[in-house]
Design a protein around this ligand. Structure first.
Ligand code: URA
Ligand code: SF4
Length: 202
């Protein structure tokens, strides 16, 4: 179990993406359409880490192209962050879901799946070497900052990240805004956190 054996050593992002297409590091590849690897320029200043691809992402093979991605694009704009110099990816690269009739409902990946998929994320962070990592939601934040990390308490702060001497800022997941009772307030909260990220990059 684990992606390690599928990750080619010293490969660039293009080769990593190709190799990830045939990853069998956990069970999730079995029901998903395809691997959804990260996307964006290799010299990106920011790497955004989400949770797991959604239904649209699974169909198209690209991260954040569905409703959550559109909301993220808008929030980036409103916060003064440049999406075109950003690399976007997920903690887990295959869509996890349950079927309800014709709909496929997203499921949160397990700790085991997150750990299994981690070598891909580490390789991406290593190759891009961004100035700042933005973690969207608890799954990404805990993966990067540890299991005890609480997004509700520590969101919107630029924090040092473990061994790799990188900076990271955690905020809520855009999907949580789409589910929120007060969407406008939740959205403004995301934009405020991203504005802190934008400031840290200046
Ligand atoms: N949610 C995520 O966490 N990632 C995506 O790519 C899409 C939706
Ligand atoms: Fe490999 Fe990650 Fe997909 Fe599991 S979720 S098969 S570890 S790419």
């Amino acid at each position: 179990m684990g992606a390690e054996e599928f990750v080619p050593a010293r490969a660039g992002l293009g080769k990593l993406r190709t190799a990830a297409a045939s990853c069998r590091g956990c069970e999730l590849y079995k029901n998903a359409t395809q691997t959804v690897f990260g996307a964006g320029p290799a010299d990106a200043r920011v790497v955004v880490v989400g949770e797991v691809p959604g239904d649209q992402e699974d169909r198209q093979g690209e991260p954040f192209v569905g409703p959550a991605g559109r909301l993220l694009d808008r929030a980036f704009d409103d916060a003064g962050l440049d999406r075109s110099t950003t690399y976007v990816t997920n903690a887990v690269k295959h869509f996890k879901f349950v079927e309800r009739g014709k709909r496929r409902i997203h499921k949160t990946p397990s700790r085991t799946e997150i750990v299994a998929c981690r070598p891909w994320l580490d390789a991406e962070l290593d190759r891009v070497g961004p100035e700042l990592v933005v973690a969207l939601g608890a799954v990404a934040a805990k993966a990067l900052l540890g299991q005890d990390f609480r997004v509700t308490k520590e969101r919107g702060k630029v924090l040092p990240m473990g061994e790799r001497d990188q900076r990271v800022l955690a905020t809520v997941h855009p999907s949580s805004i789409l589910r929120s009772d007060d969407r406008e307030a939740a959205y403004q909260g995301l934009v405020a956190d991203l504005a802190v990220a934008a400031k840290a990059l200046r």
